[in-house]
Ligand binder design. Sequence first.
Ligand code: SF4
Length: 430
Amino acid sequence: MEDFGCQMNKNDAELVVGRLRDDGFIRCESIDEADVILYYACSVREHAEERIFGRLGALKRLKAEKPDTVIGVMGCMAQNQKEIIFKRAPHVDLVVGTQRFEDVAEFVRELEHKDRVIAIDGGEVSYQRDITQRPVQHQAFVTIMRGCDKFCTFCIVPFTQGRERSRDPQSIEDEVRALIDDGVQQVTLLGQRVNTYGLDLNRGENLARLLDRLGKLKGLKRLQFITSHPTHIDEELMRVIRDNPVHSRYLHLPVQTGSDRILKRMNRGHNVESYRRTIDMIRRVVPDMSMATDWIVGSPGETDEDFAESVQLLRDIEFQTSFVFKYSVRSGTKAARSLPDDVPTEKKKERNQILLAEQEAMSKRLHQARIGEEHEILVEGISKRDATRWFGRTSQNWIVVFRAERDFTGEFVKVRIVDVTALTLFGELV
Ligand code: SF4
């Protein structure tokens, strides 16, 4: 099993692995040993889909040599691209959508007497998982809702994941408690539009109340959530975060563009002014909140003037981090049907580079202001670039690299910031 895409995808892939293990399947180290090869794939970005098709293409020979090997595609991409998958990779046996993945073991068995199994509609997934099956021991992700009701014109999620369905708060609390008992210190709550959590339950539940409830659980050291939409961030939520240090001071709030004209075309439901007001409120209530955002450059109809407004907004808000994406048409979306992809590729690349450079300069400036400060970090492991150093994250999600005599992975330590780059802070143990 290999997964591609967002954290929710990764979490669902973990659920699939747990289900298969419960059914007697064993995870193996290499593709050559495998009887069943599954990809859990995202459809939000063209890049992830192309990587999957690359992987599938490479398996053609293996399938010819070992025809009993099951090759399957699961998740958003399966939901959205089933015909294209079979057309481009006819050796695929199994396509399982976002609401049927729990039954994957049964579908694999059906293939003993069928050529192909396609399972897209008609189910609903539970949230049950084997909490011991997580890739990192001291951190865990917990899915608290699925689906999205927003229907941004460029986005495939509402079509692949369906309408918003919030999970019962008691079952979330039970899972978080079990994770804490199993050694987890940091929990990240997941939802496609996580800050509308609870609204569909129609009984007064919301994200603020859920955070308040979970923040009181003994033993939990850090709690955070992704990904939010700008229209449902209110003072109640910010006050809950302010009043308990367990809540991470990091908010990922995608704005997508600084142009009202393009926001309207995107059906985002907010404009630049309302976004600025939301940021002002956040910073008034939680002054040490670090802000990250997403941008799409080269959206249909985006002019140089529209793009200049994005650059201006990035400068004005002083985001800590920007994730910049070049627009690509996602089949099945409203934009694919009605908005021509009319910005040339070179222009998209150029705008991408400009925004990234702006963000790099901004991040470095913001980081420089941190020199001399002391911060508590949760240590995540050994630095990828330098095996003599370790790295961890502050509550604001800043990465801090430091030297240490022993392995502090999974522990909180205090560091003093002594140097910075645009991406990283360098610290000394205090
Ligand atoms: S809020 Fe918009 S971008 Fe986010 S998942 Fe929903 S439709 Fe997609």
